[in-house]
Design a protein. Structure first.
Length: 277
């Protein structure tokens, strides 16, 4: 994906300084963005001190008029706290482009609380913390092509991005990439348990499982063949891998994974309705 560079004089404000905010602003600072161009509103003193020490950014305990200088406002607060958090901020940021990484809050609610349609809704995942994330993006009606390019550039340090033209697909994406890391961790948990039962240590099993996932994912990304074809190539009929796959099929593993995805997407729609979506 081609990424536009961040405008030289762009000012950014983060509302909330937790893990996802740290992943984004940390990537920006490492890429050369001046810390003086970044403000973070964070109520917890310990987090403010860490952000200032680690990245050198400006930190605020509460929102103030200095936020009016922000060209982009990144919302990284918990969904349950979002509406309340907008009240002291929105009066100062009416002209800014807004990026929300809060899960489950639809664009209609964001528009209502922020008073603007110039916004982008994002669904990142936890590998963004190590620059290997996958973020789904949906642009509000007021976001221009230039706005989308700016958001793309802001999120580039966190990993790959995918723009969606229908907001409803955010829930579908969440069922794969948003919640997907937890599925992988769950599968690795099972592999570690099985490895221990087969005589390996837990640490040996974790290393083997993690590297196997990383290597297999790299093969999928680098191949034009479908995952099914890649699986068939390493599954000789009557062999050890074939026996393992047949056992999984007999236990309905594929059906359980697909059912879990549908449940995840349905819960996403329920949460959006709670916020007035």
């Amino acid at each position: 994906m081609t990424t536009t560079s961040i405008p030289e004089h762009l000012q950014i404000a983060f509302i909330g300084g937790g893990n996802m905010a740290s992943a984004i602003l940390g990537g920006l600072v490492r890429q050369g963005m001046a810390p003086a161009r970044i403000r973070v509103v964070e109520p917890f003193a310990e987090t403010r001190a860490r952000l200032q020490q680690e990245f050198g950014v400006q930190v605020l305990e509460t929102a103030d008029a200095s936020l009016a200088q922000a060209d982009v406002v990144v919302w990284a607060v918990k969904p349950q706290q979002f509406e309340e958090a907008t009240r002291p901020v929105a009066p100062h940021t009416g002209k800014a482009l807004h990026l929300s990484v809060a899960a489950g809050i639809p664009a209609s609610a964001l528009t209502r609380w922020l008073g603007t349609e110039r916004l982008v809704r994002a669904m990142p995942n936890t590998p963004a913390l190590v620059g290997q994330g996958m973020t789904g993006l949906f642009a509000g009606a007021g976001a221009s092509a230039d706005d989308r390019a700016v958001i793309d550039a802001l999120l580039a340090p966190t990993g790959q991005r995918m723009w969606l033209e229908q907001e409803a697909l955010i829930d579908s994406l969440m069922a794969i990439s948003g919640s997907g890391p937890a599925y992988v961790f769950y599968f690795i948990e099972a592999l570690v348990r099985g490895g221990v039962e087969l005589g390996l240590t837990a640490e040996q099993s974790k290393i083997l499982a993690a590297q196997t996932f990383a290597g297999a994912a790299a093969l999928v990304q680098g191949s034009s063949d479908a995952p099914e074809v890649l699986r068939q190539r390493v599954t000789s009929k009557g062999g050890t891998t074939h026996e393992a796959i047949v056992t999984m099929q007999q236990h309905g593993v594929e059906q359980a994974i697909v059912a879990a995805m549908h449940a995840c997407a349905a819960r996403g729609r329920e949460l959006a309705e709670q916020f007035g979506g």
